[in-house]
Design a protein around this ligand. Structure first.
Ligand SMILES: Nc1nc2c(ncn2[C@@H]2O[C@H](COP(=O)(O)OP(=O)(O)OP(=O)(O)O)[C@@H](O)[C@H]2O)c(=O)[nH]1
Ligand SMILES: [Mg+2]
Length: 413
């Protein structure tokens, strides 16, 4: 590798100097401000005599010899015959549109610097990832496999960093899967034994009412319906009340319909004789004006009322993160994961649960009531995530891996 330590009055000149000497593939190894301006050390893989050389370049005005000005010469005479200049091609964009957004010179430089910086960062992370792959092949293989499960980057890093340097891949895998299972908290069959006051909350169509029905039937099969009450608090969807009335009738359970969502606290205080109270809430569109108000009502009923955040496993992890954030005011401590049967990857949803420290109660994997519901078991879910990745042939993109984990390896280096 050819290494150059370059001093220049400013970053722009320093970067240009580096690019001129080392080319587009230069990688910044360090940079710092000094009294003369900036000092950047960069390297690039070059062949020939310059390979494995180190050089110091000083571009500050004091270091550069200013050549004597050349003696003034007669300006060259332009030939008398006129030169034919071809007409400019017609602009593709209307001139007014061009004039509307003039690019200031400063902006252009800033933009160029940003591009250059992004390019250099990408190259640095690529170099660092390649280096880590060579030095710690088991760790990088594990990072790749965890990415293929859909596990979030920070969790994959946290797990991999705990492994010793000379570890075998089979041990590393077992360690990682056990770690994920430990980070994932599950409630077990707490509700089925003790009952509770549960409000099923979540965005539209995720399976709130279906999951409520599954839990109601399971409770009725185990304890009978005498101590079971269903509360139809979804007045947003046509037919939502009827669904719950029909379920109540089928099970022989009491059904209550509050006039307004805000009446929930009062209604709950009247339902003390029931060991299991299951509340169906409207599917929340996050932009709905009533949404924050409903969350306030629910949080006002805590801790007697437990808000259960229903999340669909076939939703992108970034969307799930957003949903968890938006429902935070209702302080849900528990989640229920639906539509596992429709998910193509599970690591993302599990990462969201782990990050938010939401305890997972049940998982739902189909529409059948009550069959397609089972208590969440952490190791089963990890196995399921692995099986799904194999089934779908998930393949971590090499470029993405470099960009994601290159920085980690740089820190380790
Ligand atoms: N494949 C699959 N479908 C499910 C699952 N859970 C629920 N569904 C289906 O998803 C659709 C919506 O379910 P609902 O229970 O009505 O969802 P919701 O959250 O109550 O919907 P809104 O009240 O409209 O917000 C229905 O067709 C359910 O049968 C599941 O685990 N897997
Ligand atoms: Mg519903």
């Amino acid at each position: 590798m050819r290494i150059i330590r370059l001093v220049a009055p400013n970053t722009r000149q320093a970067l240009r100097g580096i690019r001129d000497r080392l080319g587009e593939n230069a990688v910044i190894l360090s940079s710092r401000r000094i009294a003369e301006g900036v000092e950047i050390t960069a390297g690039a893989d070059v062949a020939g005599d310059l390979a494995d050389t180190t050089e110091t370049v000083d571009l500050t005005p004091a270091a550069i010899e200013v050549p004597e000005p050349a003696p003034a010469r007669e300006p060259p005479r332009v030939a008398a015959r006129t030169v034919e200049v071809p007409p400019l091609p017609r602009p593709v964009v209307a001139p007014t549109a061009l004039a509307a957004e003039p690019v200031a010179a400063g902006d252009a430089v800033t933009q160029e610097l940003k591009t250059l910086r992004a390019m250099l960062e990408t190259q640095l992370s690529q170099l660092a990832w390649t280096d880590l792959t060579r030095r710690m092949p088991v760790h990088t293989e594990l990072l790749r496999e965890l990415s293929e499960l859909g596990l979030a980057r920070d969790l994959a890093e946290r797990i991999t960093e705990q492994l010793p340097a000379d570890v075998e891949l089979s041990f590393a895998r077992r360690f990682a899967f056990t770690a994920i299972a430990q980070y994932l908290t599950v409630t077990g069959e707490r509700w089925a034994e003790e009952g509770g006051r549960l409000a099923f909350i979540g965005t539209t169509g995720v399976g709130k009412t279906t999951s409520l029905a599954k839990i109601a039937v399971r409770w009725a099969l185990r304890h009978g319906a005498r101590e079971l009450a269903l509360v139809a608090a979804d007045s947003a969807r046509i037919g939502a009340h009827d669904e719950l009335r029909a379920l109540g009738q089928l099970l022989g359970a009491a059904v209550y319909v509050p006039d307004r969502f805000g009446d929930l606290p009062k209604l709950l205080s009247q339902l003390t004789q029931y060991r299991m109270v299951l509340i169906d809430t409207p599917g929340a569109s996050l932009r709905d004006a009533c949404f924050p108000e409903r969350l306030n009502v629910l949080s006002g009923c805590a801790p007697e009322l437990e808000s259960v955040l229903v999340l669909s496993a076939n939703t992108q992890a970034a969307c799930l993160e957003e949903v968890v954030r938006r429902f935070q005011p209702a302080s849900p401590a528990t989640a229920l994961l639906t539509k596992l049967d429709e998910a193509v990857s599970l690591g993302g949803s599990l990462s969201v649960l782990m990050r938010a420290q939401l305890k997972l109660s049940y998982v739902s994997e189909g529409q059948r009531v009550p069959e397609d519901l089972r208590p969440a078991r952490a190791l089963d879910l990890v196995s399921r995530a692995v099986a799904l990745a194999k089934e779908t042939g998930a393949n971590a993109d090499e470029d993405l891996l470099r960009r994601q984990f290159g920085k980690v390896s740089h820190v380790r280096a």
